[in-house]
Design a protein around this ligand. Structure first.
Ligand code: TTP
Ligand code: MG
Length: 378
């Protein structure tokens, strides 16, 4: 567990104001789950937590490893490796087949947690996303504390760990999320960017693969500061169009915005209980507070959206979960406690056991009538 939480990051906002460049300074968080597929398999089957585990294909039929837990990584097992070779490196390796619906469900849940802090979320894959929290008022505007709250919520509600990086630009947020992986947090404050980039090993930069890294090394270029000291003509001659991004990154510059790819399809609030709620009655008594929170969030939503269905989600003590939704009758009160309670009751009767998490929400319609942008992954 390497969790570096830098309390001075509460000053992040102050720094921005002081630079005179507050307009172009952003607060960006990059989140990446730790050994995502393997972590979910370990959650589903705790006996897998104590063994080197990979998710992938059959070693006998030229299967490939999608990912593996950190115990397996100690033996040299890696993503994209032939499963047969991984077995040779680590004979006790347990390989399970991928279960994509399980991974997609967790991915959607992660995004729901992100959406509590920002609407500007750019998913990069099932387990990875950028968030722009520059305008977020949560955690008194501290991006570090938002990232830590997100990490804790994901751990509590989804049962896996994620690593987070906080920085003023995208590529540094991504590098930062890897800095203290697994289960870590690293913040790069605006005032630290220059020094950080000067020391940064160039193979950490996006776009620098094995071949480019070797080429850089042969030229005596190892860290960001070497790029800044190098003749521009040398960079151009050796790296062509990549010379410019190299120079930019060595200075910590990245002007890309976080681009939200998806329209909002739903809004919800959830609560994971400190201890599991044993009965249907106990759920009923928690409903008022959840509906009030939903009301608050719905009110803040842009008028472009309206609620078309209400839904309830329950997650039980064995991590099974169920969602029931119902179309909203016209003229009805969308926040009706009785209507939500009916859904809670129907959901609870599906499993009849203690409940770990309850959520309430609305499916939304986009009133502007824009066609929804297709997401990359769903
Ligand atoms: P990654 O985030 O690259 O890897 P990871 O989450 O397993 O491990 P880390 O702790 O280093 O972040 O990818 C996310 C998931 O995508 C991963 O769990 C499995 C899948 N994946 C593949 O199927 N094939 C691949 O080659 C890679 C890299 C990932
Ligand atoms: Mg990951």
């Amino acid at each position: 567990m390497h969790c570096v939480l830098n309390r001075s990051n509460v000053l992040f906002q102050g720094h921005l104001g002081g630079t005179g460049r507050s307009g172009d300074m952003k607060k960006i968080i990059h989140i990446d789950a730790d050994c995502f597929f393997a972590a979910l398999e370990m959650r589903e089957n705790p006996s897998l937590q104590e063994v080197p585990l990979a998710v992938g294909g059959n070693p006998k039929t030229r299967g490939v490893i999608a990912t593996c837990n950190y115990m397996a990584r100690k033996h040299g097992v890696r993503s994209a490796m032939a499963a047969a070779y991984a077995k040779r490196l680590c004979p006790s390796l347990v390989i399970v087949k991928p279960n994509f619906p399980l991974y997609r469900e967790a991915s959607i849940e992660m995004r729901e947690i992100f959406s509590r802090y920002s609407d500007i979320i750019e998913p990069l894959s099932l387990d990875e996303a950028y968030l722009d929290v520059s305008e977020s008022k949560a955690c008194r505007g501290s991006a570090t504390w938002i990232a830590e709250e997100i990490r804790q919520s994901i751990s509590r509600e989804i049962g896996i760990t994620v690593s987070a990086g906080v920085a003023p630009v995208k590529f540094l947020a991504k590098i930062s999320s890897d800095w203290n992986k697994p289960n870590g947090l690293f913040t790069l404050e605006p005032g630290e960017v220059k020094a950080f980039c000067a020391e940064l090993p160039l193979n950490k930069l996006p776009g620098v693969g094995k071949v480019t890294a070797r080429k850089l090394s042969k030229l005596g270029l190892h860290q960001g500061r070497d790029i800044l000291a190098c003749e521009k003509a040398t960079l151009l001659a050796n790296f062509g169009s990549f010379a410019h991004p190299l120079l930019q990154m060595a200075q910590g510059v990245d002007s890309r915005n976080v681009i939200a790819l998806r329209e909002r399809k739903s809004i919800s609030v959830e609560r994971t209980f400190a201890s599991d709620l044993p009965s249907l009655q106990s759920l009923g008594s928690c409903l008022d507070e959840l509906i009030a929170n939903l009301n608050q969030r719905y009110t803040k939503l842009s008028s472009n959206y309206s609620a078309v269905k209400r839904f309830v989600k329950l997650k039980f003590d064995n991590f099974q979960q169920t969602t029931i939704e119902m179309t909203l009758a016209q003229q009805s009160d969308p926040f009706s406690n009785a209507d939500f309670l009916r859904l809670v009751t129907a959901s609870w009767y599906r499993h009849k056991r203690a409940v770990r998490l309850m959520g309430v929400g609305f499916r939304l319609r986009n009133n502007r009538g824009c066609p929804e942008q297709l997401s990359l992954y769903f």
